[in-house]
Design a protein around this ligand. Structure first.
Ligand code: PRP
Ligand code: URA
Length: 207
């Protein structure tokens, strides 16, 4: 799958293992999630465009480089909000949209309950974030919504993906790059990723 990128950096893998561990409490889970997200963002922004600007150092004038794109970060509620701080630590100028989706526990289909975006969505580099890509339903609908609102340059950032979700998302949105820290084995009968990390929202919020 050409649009799948697995980020294998040792520091990312080290933190991911601690994140998955059932003995990691809610507080540490939130901290690890933020730190991991920041590392991932460092990798996925590698190809962002730059432009030259003239600045004065204390000694002389020089041409420096700054980002030449606006960035819109969109977490899928709830669990995606746990990744917000990690992105904003590295890209503090990003604007933030929100998409509210939950999976119906019977059908596993995503149900939309909220959507709000900054006006810069159409020209911005958009990063859709959610820690889990399971069946792919939430990410597919999230990207459907972003495209409906005019977004054109979309990256999907998760931490744990199932092969079923990657397959579904790649065929629904082949133009969107998928970034994950791990591609796990499979889904169980309830749509949970194995080995996974459990229910990301519950582990972040202690529900
Ligand atoms: C989880 C997760 C994703 C979705 C992934 O959210 O955060 O949004 O499931 O599953 P999928 O790929 O099969 O759609 P959930 O629906 O449990 O909602 P929550 O974040 O409010 O807990
Ligand atoms: N959502 C989660 O939070 N975890 C899974 O394993 C699958 C969907």
């Amino acid at each position: 799958m050409a649009n799948l990128h697995i980020i294998n950096h040792p520091l990312i893998q080290n933190k991911l293992t601690r994140l998955r561990d059932v003995n990691t409490n809610n507080h540490n889970f939130r901290l690890l999630l933020e730190e991991l997200t920041a590392f991932m963002v460092y990798e996925i922004t590698r190809d962002y465009p730059l432009k030259e600007v003239e600045i004065e150092t204390p000694l002389e004038t020089m041409k420096g480089k700054v980002l030449d794109t606006s960035v819109v970060l969109v977490p899928i509620l709830r669990a995606g909000t746990g990744m917000l701080r990690g992105v904003l630590d590295l890209v503090p100028m990003a604007r933030v949209g929100h998409i509210g989706l939950y999976r119906d526990p019977e059908t596993l289909q995503p149900v939309e309950y909220y959507a709000k975006f900054p006006q810069t969505l159409a020209e911005a580099q958009v990063i859709l974030v959610d820690p889990m890509l399971a069946t792919g339903g939430s990410a597919i609908v999230g990207i459907d919504i972003l495209k409906r609102e005019g977004a054109q340059k979309i990256q999907f950032l998760c931490l744990v993906a199932a092969p079923e979700g990657v397959e579904a998302l790649s065929s629904a949105h082949p133009d969107v790059s998928i970034y994950t820290a791990a591609l796990d084995r499979e889904l169980n009968d309830h749509g949970y990723i194995l080995p996974g990390l459990g229910d990301a929202g519950d582990r972040i919020f202690g529900t």
